[in-house]
Design a protein around this ligand. Structure first.
Ligand code: GLN
Length: 536
């Protein structure tokens, strides 16, 4: 294809309409046509990245290969498109202003008054084009976070308006996602909010080509026609996305309504392939018969978006094993009084990543419960560190802890990474991103990965204190994965247990629908076996 194409995704009426899933799904459809696709997420907040934000407010912090701490939508893009993205694929207001202000200080704009238009908008436009070009993609999706009309997103909308003018109409498609509320006893689908938000878009010079209407039920023919008329789009450009059981169905839904054909025509490119592999995967998700119950013992369990990659990793592993993973969210603090009845009937227990002392004792109690009752266990990052603390406390009988929880502990079995000691800035300073890990042969880790060297993503400041390794190993907790520079413990396991494994890295960030993460696959499989045993 001669020129790069862009699909700009905006949102109207309210946030939280699943724009990220829509963007990912469109990307997947184009990828299945044989085109190379990349995606950019724009977050109009002033933080430079998501790393300093509380998952409670903004959902999970997703970690990329290059160590970028980014919005969770990048996780959706990677999972749907099966690609690895870079930090540059997440643009924030903070990053844009930082770059422009640095240029101003350097003297790049000498003599000029530096302004939002054109300097900030130029920066955004150049950034989008650079990412698209460097990725080698035929088509670049750009999702603008927030809702049209927000003050914060104005410079970004202006920048994409300019981009449209610059690269030409045949190379840019605008897609607007909105909510279609249903009011009254007859359940009429109301289009007025959509009309208003499109009016707002058009006032700033953006004419959408496609409207995605989110509603509980599919949009009526009438509703589609009304939207087409009032919003100045062809009827084929009005696409309905009702609630579905699995997010992985959305691409099929869009395809059935002719979205791929519409885009091909609009971009004047050809339709090539089919959707077979994806359809097979969605069927596996939908037809899964068994239900295995797995507990996640965490701190932000009220908001499942805080652990979205873990939830998706379970869906991937479950689909390949023909089972639905039913997640039971367990608030760690509820396990601190010693009553562990919340863990009864679970077929597996997972302790995810986390920070700080709140809830740590409850997590340790759940690890002990899994270890002593031979229940499949997977620990991730903080969960790995606490598994080591639990072993130190209850098997080695040491009064030990992590210095993150108890800075003055007598036995700092988990301690700050040496290179972290002098660090004062909190943003982007953890051990981040992909590192290589050597796996010992003959271990559970080796059986799961089938390889002796792997690469996984990290996000931590603390690690296993080398002084305690030999004592732990002598007593049955084996370190089966070690960083390739041989300095850090990366995987711990208990060979005498049916399935007890924990990793310093985050396997969930690399799980993909068609390639589940090996640790999750093994964990769900072991939990299924446990379930079958319980029902026999
Ligand atoms: N708080 C721990 C650390 O900084 C674990 C981090 C995590 O679980 N992502 O090392």
């Amino acid at each position: 294809m001669p020129e790069g194409k862009y699909i700009i995704v905006t949102g109207g009426v309210l946030s939280g309409l699943g724009k990220g899933i829509t963007t990912s799904s469109i990307g997947l459809l184009l990828k299945l046509q044989g085109y190379k696709v990349t995606a950019i997420k724009i977050d109009p907040y002033l933080n430079c990245d998501a790393g300093t934000m509380n998952p409670f407010q903004h959902g999970e912090v997703f970690v990329l290969e290059d160590g970028g701490e980014v919005d969770l939508d990048l996780g959706n893009y990677e999972r749907f498109l099966d690609v690895n993205l870079s930090s540059d694929n997440n643009i924030t207001t903070g990053k844009v202003y930082k770059s422009v202000i640095e240029k101003e200080r350097r003297g790049d704009y000498l003599g000029k008054t530096v302004q939002i238009v054109p300097h900030i908008t130029d920066e955004i436009r150049e950034w989008i084009k650079r990412v698209a070009k460097n990725s080698g993609a035929d088509i670049c999706l750009v999702e603008i976070g927030g809702t049209v009309g927000d003050i914060e997103s104005m410079p970004f909308l202006e920048a994409v308006r300019q981009l449209h003018r610059e690269v030409g109409h045949e190379n840019v498609v605008f897609l607007h996602t909105t909510l279609i509320p249903v009011i009254g006893v007859v359940g009429e689908q109301k289009t007025k909010p959509t009309q208003h938000s499109v009016k707002e878009l058009r006032a700033i010079g953006i004419d959408p080509d496609i409207i995605i209407g989110r509603a509980k039920e599919p949009l009526d023919k009438n509703t589609k026609e009304k939207i087409a008329l009032f919003c100045n789009v062809p009827v084929e450009g009005v696409i309905s996305v009702p609630d579905v059981e699995s997010i992985y169905e959305v691409p099929l839904l869009l395809e059935r309504q002719g979205l791929t054909d519409f885009l091909m025509k609009r971009f004047r490119i050809e339709k090539r392939n089919g959707l077979k592999e994806w359809e097979d995967f969605v069927n596996k998700v939908k037809n899964a018969k068994e239900r295995v119950k797995i507990g996640i013992v965490g701190k932000y369990t009220d908001l499942s978006d805080s652990y979205i990659s873990i939830v998706e990793a379970f869906h991937h592993a479950g689909a390949h094993l023909g089972t639905k993973v039913e997640i039971k969210w367990v608030e760690a603090e509820d396990l601190e009084n010693g009553d562990l009845s919340l863990l009864e009937e679970l077929h597996g227990i997972l302790v995810p990543g986390g920070f700080g002392m709140r809830g740590a004792d409850g997590k340790i109690n759940s690890i002990r419960y899994a270890r002593e009752n031979n229940i499949p266990f997977l620990g991730i990052c903080f969960g790995f560190q606490l598994a080591v603390v639990e072993y130190g406390k209850n098997v080695l009988k040491l009064d030990c802890s992590s210095t993150e929880i108890e800075p003055e502990t007598e036995h700092p079995i988990i301690t700050i990474l040496p290179e972290q000691k002098g660090i004062e800035n909190m943003g982007g300073t953890m051990r981040l991103g992909a590192y290589r890990i050597k796996i010992k042969e003959g271990t559970l880790a080796h059986r799961l990965y089938g390889e002796t060297e792997i690469s996984e993503r990290h996000r931590h400041r603390y690690e296993v204190n080398p002084e305690y390794i030999s004592e732990l190993e002598k007593n049955g907790l084996i370190f089966s994965g070690i960083s390739s520079d041989k300095i850090r413990m990366e995987i711990a396991e208990i060979p005498s247990h049916r399935f007890f494994i924990a990793s310093q890295f985050h396997p969930e960030f690399k799980s993909r629908p068609l390639h589940p993460a090996p640790l999750f696959y093994g964990f769900v499989k072991a939990s299924l076996e446990k379930m079958k045993e319980a029902t026999d």
